[in-house]
Design a protein around this ligand. Structure first.
Ligand SMILES: C[S@@+](CC[C@H](N)C(=O)[O-])C[C@H]1O[C@@H](n2cnc3c(N)ncnc32)[C@H](O)[C@@H]1O
Length: 171
C-alpha cells in the first residue's frame, strides 16, 4: 500500500459498472477504437472496453495502488490494458478516440476539472461516455442520457441492485 488515500480502486463503483455494462451491450461504441479509462480505479471500464473489441485501452489513475490493481485485473481477464499513474485533467487532450469516465463526479472541484477536460477533448474531436449514479456534481446540462441501469454502488452488498445509474454522452 502506498498510503495515497482511500482505496477507491478496490471496488467497482456504480458509475463504472453501468458504463462497463453499456460497452458490453453496445460493443460498436468502442470496437476498433483507442480508449482512455479516466479515473480507472481497478480498471473495470478499460477491461470491458477491451472485451467489447477496443483496439487499445489506457487506464489512468492518480493512485499508484490502482495501477497495480489494474495490471492484476487485466491479467485475470486476459486483456491488455496500459496502466498509467497520473492526473491528466490539466493537460492536453489525450491521443485516443474516446474517453470513458466511470464515476468521477463525486466531488465538486474534481467534477469541475473533469468537465473542463472533457470540453478540451471535445474541441479536439474526442468523444466521451460517462457512467454515473446521478451524483450531485454531475454536469447534467451537458449530457445526453443513453441508457439506465440499477446496480450496486460502493457500500452496497455486491448483489444489491438498488442504485439508479445511467450512461451519458458528453455533449
Ligand atoms: C469513484 S472511483 C471510480 C473508479 C472506477 N472508474 C469505477 O467506476 O469503479 C474514482 C477513481 O478516480 C481516481 N481519480 C480521482 N481523481 C483523479 C484525477 N484527477 N486523475 C486521475 N485519477 C483520479 C481515484 O483515485 C479513483 O480510483
Amino acid at each position: 500500500m502506498s498510503g495515497a488515500g482511500p482505496p477507491y480502486w478496490a471496488y467497482p463503483w456504480a458509475g463504472g459498472l453501468a458504463l462497463a455494462r453499456y460497452l458490453l451491450d453496445h460493443p460498436e461504441t468502442v470496437a476498433g477504437k483507442r480508449v482512455l479509462d479516466l479515473g480507472a480505479g481497478g480498471g473495470l471500464v478499460a477491461i470491458a472496453a477491451m472485451k467489447a473489441g477496443a483496439r487499445e485501452a489506457t487506464a489512468i489513475d492518480a493512485d499508484p495502488d490502482a495501477i497495480a490493481a489494474i495490471a492484476l485485473n487485466a491479467e485475470a481477464n486476459e486483456v491488455a490494458v496500459e496502466a498509467v499513474c497520473g492526473d491528466p485533467l490539466d493537460g492536453p487532450a489525450p491521443d485516443v478516440d474516446l474517453v470513458l469516465v466511470g464515476d468521477l463526479f463525486y466531488e465538486p472541484s474534481l467534477a469541475a476539472r473533469t468537465t473542463v477536460f472533457l470540453e478540451r477533448c471535445g474541441a479536439a474531436g474526442i468523444g466521451a461516455l460517462i457512467g454515473d449514479p446521478w451524483r450531485a456534481h454531475l454536469p447534467r446540462a451537458r449530457l445526453e442520457r443513453l441508457a439506465e441501469y440499477r446496480l450496486a454502488d460502493f457500500g452496497d452488498a455486491l448483489d444489491a441492485a438498488a442504485t439508479a445509474s445511467a450512461v451519458f454522452a458528453f455533449a
